[in-house]
Design a protein around this ligand. Sequence first.
Ligand SMILES: NC(=O)c1ccc[n+]([C@@H]2O[C@H](COP(=O)([O-])OP(=O)(O)OC[C@H]3O[C@@H](n4cnc5c(N)ncnc54)[C@H](OP(=O)(O)O)[C@@H]3O)[C@@H](O)[C@H]2O)c1
Length: 337
Amino acid sequence: MEHTSWENVTYHAMVVSEEEGAFVRNIETLTLKDLPEGDVLIRVGFSSLNWKDCLSAMGNPGVTRRYPHTPGIDAAGIVAECTTGAFHKGDKVIVTGYDLGMNTAGGFAEFIRVPEEWVVRLPRGLTRKEAMMLGTAGFTAGLSVKRLVDLGVTPEMGTVLVTGATGGVGSLAVLILKKLGFTVAAVSGREERRDYLTAIGVDQVVPLDDAVDKSGKPLGKQLWAGVVDAVGGEVLETAIKNTRNRGVVTCCGNVRSGDLNSSIYPFILRGVSLCGIDSATCPMDERLAVWAKLAMDWKPDDLAEVVESLNGLEDLDEQMERMVKGERTGRCVVHIP
Ligand SMILES: NC(=O)c1ccc[n+]([C@@H]2O[C@H](COP(=O)([O-])OP(=O)(O)OC[C@H]3O[C@@H](n4cnc5c(N)ncnc54)[C@H](OP(=O)(O)O)[C@@H]3O)[C@@H](O)[C@H]2O)c1
């Protein structure tokens, strides 16, 4: 079918608009002309909710500069049209990160149109729904664990600490690490979520108060062989102080704070490595490698245990409010019928 024949097709999308200084979200009917230019038109079947989507939906200018806008940094679907020939109609694909859902209309819609370079073929071993149960959070957890493993952290070296462990990145990091045989400790600010953490395999729950060092000393006990941090601030600072000789700390998120006040001593006296994780700009070769692992030997056995499923875009608004208030646990996948 020719490119132009699609243009009057209508579709539904969540649209965030700025009205008198407030950001309002509605499900609207658009036509494919409203989508940006791009090589690959994708009929979205599933998307998922990530922290960045909440920021975009609530008008955070660090994420989205132009409104009206459709958020959704994740999408899995079927190629409707590809103008470059790199993909064929009917191919099952995933798009996560890059500019999707930031300043490019995102996955909270029945269609997206993106550059060919952003598109990942759905790996064998994952359904489109499973790919979105993982989504950016799972991909980021996978990247973080890959960094630990690549830099030599093994289950024999000791416990890995996961922060923000009841959240999307944290829950999936726990599941992947357990699948690889690691002993896992998890920080949580909520005592009532201890049972959830134990159920997903956490061996030791660290209350948030204990995860924030108040001694002022530059080094603490050597507790962790590795750390997957999704919260930043004092929690990350403390985790670095408590990392063992040659241990590795990954840092991907800032739900607590974007600040990091650390001395250099963990790095020069213990050889600790601090690695930044940026899933959005991850190069394609590493992206494919991580998705391949997530589809096969790193695929969490209990994925469904940490995922809530929505049918349609209508309930996403409420879930975003819950996420911002810290009331959500695990992941939220949305089926776009
Ligand atoms: N760099 C990347 O490529 C990348 C990719 C994905 C996500 N991220 C970032 O990673 C972070 C987590 O994302 P997510 O999707 O997992 O979010 P999420 O599902 O909302 O989870 C965040 C978790 O952090 C904990 N938390 C919240 N506020 C906290 C605070 N003030 N102090 C300590 N812990 C706190 C909460 O767990 P408890 O209540 O149990 O403590 C919550 O479950 C976000 O900053 C996100 O932007 C980065």
